[in-house]
Design a protein around this ligand. Structure first.
Ligand SMILES: [Zn+2]
Length: 59
């Protein structure tokens, strides 16, 4: 059994709920190793490190 809405939401109610859906801007930070711009909480695409550890070896 899963939850099931008892009444249909009106278009106004549905659309006003979705009016608050906004894209958050990408959070760029500088890599501590190579100083390149990278996304936070993601591996650096330039040198392949995450949290000061090498995940991918870049030649
Ligand atoms: Zn890097």
């Amino acid at each position: 059994m899963s939850i099931c809405p008892k009444n249909k939401s009106s278009k106004a109610r549905r659309d006003s709920r979705r009016a608050n859906w906004k894209m958050a801007p990408m959070n760029f930070v500088r890599c501590p190793k190579c100083n390149a711009l990278m996304l936070s909480h993601r591996m650096c695409k330039n040198c392949g490190t995450y949290n000061k550890k090498e995940i991918l070896s870049m030649d």
